[in-house]
Design a protein around this ligand. Structure first.
Ligand code: NAP
Length: 283
């Protein structure tokens, strides 16, 4: 029977939930294997190359990649999927037809969970989203939303980062930056019917923070998706609900992006509920 050695490259990796999810997936699919953490320091190019060569040698069946290597790994693969290319970051690596492929499951993982929690609404003509943050996850979210016909405004604390993101999706007319500083606000809060938090603000242990202190953004026709999954209910999602909006945290995306990677590595599509239950069981 094939043994699936899987794992995660990143640094630091102390609190990763990925082993829990993927070990649950292995069990649910009746596969033998193990999911290991491979901490690789930010400047350790050799460590990165060694792990990737183990994928080439089929010693490792698949790798996830997280901060700070999502961009570095892209340059070391043989080919990038269209999603990884557009996003400029890799979170999943595997061997296909003897080629080392860099893929990104954050975008489809986000989209799939968004549709699940928000519902497939008939919102043609009013697809207007605000994305908070302009890092790797924001890029995946923007790619996913543009592909579904959304107009997207990106806001980040360093405006040049948001401008850089917008410039790199240069073929899109539907993407702009949005400055949320009160003095220069160039957008009407209530015009957004989706707000996505792609910053770490609100994440444990700083759960009292929110990326959007301005309550004027919340209205009954708004859906707020917070990529933060620890805690499950963030200050942002709580405040949005209190003001009549609907909201969800990022745990569903975490499960979905993992399940999509797992299917690419093993050919087995793991049951999402089982992975979710494994996460819910942990203290
Ligand atoms: P990243 O590449 O480091 O980007 C983070 C973004 O947030 C940057 O624009 C950063 O700006 C901004 N930011 C950081 N601290 C901030 C602060 N105190 N105030 C305002 N802006 C701040 O990280 P990422 O990979 O995109 O991840 C972002 C968040 O999404 C993390 O919490 C991560 O856990 C979560 N995430 C969740 C999933 C999921 O499956 N649910 C998947 C991916 C990521 P600067 O560059 O100026 O710091």
């Amino acid at each position: 029977m094939t043994f699936f050695q899987l794992g995660l490259i990143g640094y630091p990796l102390g609190h990763s939930l990925s082993p829990l999810i993927h070990n649950a997936a292995l069990a649910a699919c009746g596969l033998q294997g193990s999911y290991s953490l491979f901490p690789v320091a930010p400047d350790d190019q050799r460590g990165l190359r060694d792990l990737l060569s183990r994928v080439r040698a089929r010693d490792i069946a698949g790798l996830n990649v997280t901060i700070p290597h999502k961009q570095n790994v892209a340059a070391l693969t043989d080919e990038l999927t269209p999603a990884a290319q557009a996003i400029g970051a890799v979170n999943t690596v595997y061997l296909r037809d003897e080629k080392l492929v860099g893929d990104n499951t954050d975008a489809p993982g986000f989209l799939s969970d968004l549709k699940k929690v928000r519902g497939e609404e008939n919102d043609e003509g009013r697809k207007s989203a605000l994305v908070l943050g302009a890092g790797g996850a924001a890029r995946a979210v923007v790619h996913a939303l543009l592909g579904e016909g959304w107009r997207v405004a990106v806001s980040s604390r360093r405006n040049e980062q948001a401008q850089g993101l917008v410039a790199s999706f240069s073929n899109s007319q539907k993407l702009s930056t949005c400055n949320l500083q009160p003095a220069t606000r160039n957008s009407q809060p209530a015009t957004f019917n989706l707000i996505v938090n792609a910053t770490p603000l609100g994440m444990f242990p700083r759960a009292d923070e929110t990326p959007l202190p301005n309550a004027a953004f919340f209205h009954a026709d708004l859906f707020v998706y917070d990529l933060v999954y620890n805690p499950r209910e963030t200050k942002l999602t709580r405040q949005a609900r209190t003001r009549g909006a609907r909201a969800a945290g990022g745990i569903g995306m975490l499960v979905e992006q993992a399940a999509l990677a797992f299917a690419l590595w093993t050919g087995c599509n793991p049951p999402r509920e089982t992975l979710r239950e494994a996460l819910d069981r942990q203290p």
